[in-house]
Design a protein around this ligand. Structure first.
Ligand SMILES: [Zn+2]
Length: 130
């Protein structure tokens, strides 16, 4: 699993990480240091919290709204890749497809079909879920 900030995307502003970018994050969502500072400042003031508590799209033009779509898509892709990485890590620990499927609320077969193509083949790998 790549832990580098290079190519990571801030899930709040869309900035793409470089070697020098500092991110905080979890579960695939990332927050750059600038956003972390911005939202920390907001969190310190009830008036500022109230000011940003309405849906962001309400004040957006159509162009602004459309400009958000690639940023949301990049975050979705990042979260999906994070999930794939974690499944791969679970498989490296020999956790079964049945257990992975159960954790995700799907069948063993569904988990295998979704994630097995990224699994690093081993000598004893087969074409069906194990
Ligand atoms: Zn950011």
């Amino acid at each position: 699993m790549d832990f580098s900030p290079i190519g990571r995307v801030c899930s709040f502003c869309g900035v793409v990480g470089t070697q020098d970018t500092k991110f905080s994050g979890g579960l695939g969502a990332m927050m750059c240091a600038d956003c972390l500072s911005y939202y920390y400042e907001i969190s310190q003031s009830p008036a500022r919290i109230a000011a940003v508590s309405r849906p962001p799209w309400e004040g957006m033009s159509d162009v602004e709204m459309l400009s958000m779509l690639p940023l949301i898509s990049a975050t979705a892709d990042q979260v999906a890749a994070f999930l794939e990485d974690w499944v791969q890590l679970a498989r490296a620990r020999k956790i079964s497809w049945r257990e992975i499927g159960k954790a995700l609320g799907v069948s063993r077969q569904a988990a295998w079909e979704r994630f097995a193509q990224r699994e690093v083949p081993s000598r004893d790998s087969s074409v069906s879920p194990g």
